[in-house]
Design a protein around this ligand. Sequence first.
Ligand code: BEZ
Length: 204
Amino acid sequence: MTLFHSPSSPFVRKVMVLLHETGQLDRVALHSVTLSPISPSPDVNASNPAGKIPALRLADGNLLHDSRVIFEYLDQQHVGEPLIPREGPARWRRLTLASLADAILDAAVLIRYETFLRPVEKHWDVWLAAQQDKITRALSQFEEEAIAELTCHFDVAAIGVACALGYLDFRQPELDWRSHYPKLAGWYAEVSQRPSLQATQPPV
Ligand code: BEZ
């Protein structure tokens, strides 16, 4: 299989963490791409009209995207404990926590595009603040209501939150989220030592 990959994409990182955690790294070749919404990659667009990464080319030639689909597919290709519960209330709860982590990523990536790609005189401050508020609300919910659920399993939910916090460190270091969310900070200090997270850190 071939994974269309960029080391700075937090969505790619989720998939890479899964590959480490489930012992599947050697099943996937990485195809590095550089892209942004205004400079798409012809390689990626060829069979992936939305230009999404991660995308996974399977051995039979079929292409999967996006990170949620690839994560679920790869989670069904190993014999260890699933990273997404297969059924029952736990499945829907863990996927909902993972969706909230993805919402942090969506907002943080949109902020990155608005502030990095758009000319400064065109920045829309009200919109930026609304995206940042979404991040704040999601972090508060993880801190106040879900910390025990993150601590109990390193699965789809915990991987999503760890990648979201890592992306905030990467693109919003000034946010200083640790000083506002001490329980998340304690949890992250521990899980970020895992080899899967150490090996997939965003570039410096
Ligand atoms: C980034 O560089 O922040 C980035 C790269 C790819 C996808 C999303 C974000």
